[in-house]
Design a protein around this ligand. Structure first.
Ligand code: ADE
Ligand code: ZN
Length: 345
């Protein structure tokens, strides 16, 4: 593939069909919607205005972000709130040519405040169905356990969610990584696998490569969310590459949470050069300054090694790494090939 002028590369990044596999729906809650839902539900907020709230989005670590993220999610109370939040994300995703999204949700953030599991899952699932019908996005849900809470709490959450088993395709593990290794959740993930759920886990964002090993060996994770610290362990990189374990990488998140100081220092090129099945994702787009296409454009602008060939690999990997059936994946890859033929000719 020849080098494209910058504007044509941008057009390609924006227009190519792609899947998003690492997006926490509570992290798509924009300040304007936080204020509207707070007013509607009578929830007091510590910030006087949308501008004040946005000004507080200066994070120094994962934990400093999570404190604000959980406070923002406290405005979600009713089924309709969960629908509106997810629908707003899907409208943004459609504009970015996302054709498939597997989105994370954190039920414990809500059930711990007395919100019914039903309101959470039914509201989100309604938005997924409507995204398919009206926007042509195939969308599914992945239930994440909060790793700063106990395994017993995760098990209880799973039991509460089981009446809605057909509304989510898998489980994940998120929240504060350090001090909460994957093996803390061995039993609950074993139960999830028995139930036929897909399994993913955040590992190697702030935590060490050992957490990626145990996500693979103990939890049997099919994808690793973030995983960027795998590069510290060559044997791990060899395994991830040989088994084509996808890494759902989130460039703008990594800079906002200080995993890398700047995008120019991001290890995305090294991950791709190592032959890993890397995908790009927005993580918490309302908090980290951009949605999926913003992540693509910002990463490609900051990292001159990245060109059309890497754009193709990232989009293709996003389909390969998804949990969609093979025939559906093949259809998306054919559409990707057509877009490339048109825009790189
Ligand atoms: N929850 C929302 N975003 C997260 C992230 N980047 N890491 C861990 N937990 C999260
Ligand atoms: Zn995440």
């Amino acid at each position: 593939m020849n080098e494209l002028p910058r504007e044509r590369l941008h057009a390609l990044l924006r227009q190519m069909p792609k899947a998003e596999l690492h997006m926490h729906v509570e992290g798509s809650l924009e300040p304007e919607l936080i204020f509207r839902l707070a007013r509607r539900n009578g929830v007091p907020l510590p910030h006087a205005s949308v501008e004040d709230l946005r000004a507080a989005y200066a994070f120094t670590s994962l934990q400093s972000f999570l404190d604000i993220y959980y406070a923002g999610a406290s405005v979600l109370r009713q089924q309709e709130d969960f629908f509106e939040m997810a629908w707003a994300y899907f409208e943004r995703a459609a504009a970015d040519n996302v054709v498939h999204a597997e989105i994370f949700f954190d039920p414990q953030t809500h059930t711990e405040r007395g919100v019914d599991m039903e309101a959470v899952i039914v509201g989100l699932a309604h938005a997924c169905r409507r995204a398919h019908a009206e926007l042509g996005i195939s969308a599914s849900l992945i239930l994440c356990f909060l790793r700063h809470l106990s395994e017993d709490a995760a098990m209880a959450t799973l039991e509460q969610a089981l009446p809605y088993r057909d509304q989510f395709i898998g489980v994940g593990l998120d929240s504060s990584e350090r001090g909460h290794p994957p093996e803390k959740f061995a039993r609950v993930f074993a139960r999830c696998r028995e139930l036929g759920l897909h399994v993913v886990a955040h590992a190697g964002e702030e935590g060490p490569p050992a957490y990626i090993w145990s996500a693979l060996d103990v939890l049997k994770a099919e994808r690793i969310d973030h995983g960027v610290r795998c590069l510290e362990d060559p044997a791990l990189v060899r395994r991830l590459a040989a088994e084509r374990v996808p890494l759902t990488v989130c460039p703008m998140s990594n800079v906002k949470l200080r995993v890398f100081d700047t995008l120019a220092e991001h290890k995305l090129p090294a991950l791709l050069d190592a032959g890993l099945c890397v995908t790009l994702n927005s993580d918490d787009p309302a908090y980290f300054g951009g949605y999926l296409n913003d992540n693509f454009v910002a990463a490609f602008d900051a990292l001159p090694q990245l060109a059309a060939a890497q754009a193709y690999a990232l989009a293709r990997n996003s389909f390969e790494a998804s949990f969609a059936p093979p025939a559906v994946k093949a259809g998306w890859v054919a559409a990707l090939d057509q877009t490339f033929a048109r825009l790189t000719a």
